[in-house]
Design a binder for this molecule. Structure first.
Ligand code: GUN
Length: 299
């Protein structure tokens, strides 16, 4: 959708919009203030290392935004940009260095990685104490058994957004579409945890009749990776719709998994793309890095 059209729809339906930029700004300001205090009182500066392998355009944008946010909050920031051809062993060596660096409290290796690198080997190599992405098996295990741990940033950001927007989840039907390790699976986990207490259905590419599930949902979380996949006929009147998608429309503009222009009228609350889930993902990365440095959870 063109920028102007999205802006007009956001204006028209302003009371329905869950604004990830505003929620993020408030939370980032909290992190910034606490970071200043941590530095003054304990001479600790949270440090985040981001590693990008290859020249994927979308990943390059995400990494730049992570670097920018780190700097704005007063973090120490390192970005390692490596060639697509980088051998797995070289990446593992870099991770070992970062694991041992006293300046670094959080390590993020941007996914996806080039095909010759085994993602699981890389994720497993990051020390769980610095696993601000929450992808290490120890972090995932802790999340599943409800122990305090680094939570994956996108689903944790969505939980924070729902809370901030006073969306009731307790006892409500939530339908997550997508079963990825980054979003779908942890999202389902967090929604059934105590505190969220939703009843959760997970749909995926092999689900028959996704619409029969989404039509029951009080909350739909779309993490499919297909432009405008969720149409108005799939959404119950008044449902909350969270769009995790980052796709290109037929006209080349950024769009989500939800056909925003048609769904916004029917939804009770909805996140736009851009300006919804995206900024929250980065904000939760900052929250996790701050926790790693200070021991303090700000969310
Ligand atoms: N690629 C898309 N989302 C993410 C994320 O949250 N973390 C990492 N490391 N890579 C991603």
């Amino acid at each position: 959708m063109q920028k102007e059209k999205l802006a007009a729809l956001k204006e028209q339906y302003s009371t329905k919009i869950i604004d990830g930029n505003i929620i993020s700004q408030n939370l980032r300001e909290k992190v910034r203030i606490h970071t200043e205090k941590l530095l003054q009182e304990q001479q600790i500066q949270p440090g985040l290392a981001v590693v990008l392998v290859g020249d994927d355009q979308a990943s390059a944008v995400y990494v730049r935004n992570k670097e920018k946010a780190s700097k704005e909050l007063g973090f120490y920031s390192e970005v390692h940009r490596l060639a697509t051809s980088t051998p797995e062993q070289e990446l593992l060596s870099l991770i070992q260095k970062l694991n041992q660096s006293p300046l670094i409290h959080g390590i993020l290796v941007q996914l996806p990685l080039p095909k010759h690198i085994e993602e699981k080997n890389i994720i497993n190599a990051i020390h769980p104490d610095k696993d601000v992405d929450g992808f290490h098996p120890i972090s995932v295990g802790n999340m599943v058994i409800g122990q305090t741990t680094f939570l994956p940033c996108t689903p944790a950001g969505i939980v924070a957004m729902l809370k901030e927007s006073q969306v009731v989840t307790t006892g409500r039907e939530a339908v997550v579409i997508g079963r990825s390790l980054i979003v779908g699976k942890p999202m389902a986990n967090l929604l059934i945890e105590k505190g969220s207490d939703a009843t959760v259905t997970v749909c995926h590419s092999r689900t028959q009749d996704i619409k029969s599930h989404t039509l029951r949902a009080d909350i739909v979380i779309a993490a499919i990776g297909k432009a405008n996949f969720i149409t108005a006929d799939m959404i119950r009147e008044g449902a909350t719709v969270i769009d995790v998608g980052m796709n290109r429309d037929t006209d080349g503009t950024l769009c989500g998994d939800v056909d925003f222009a048609n769904v916004v009228g029917k939804a009770g609350k909805i996140t736009p793309v851009p300006g919804g889930v995206g900024p929250m993902t980065i904000t939760m990365l900052m929250v996790n890095t701050f926790k790693s440095a200070s021991g303090i959870w700000l969310v």
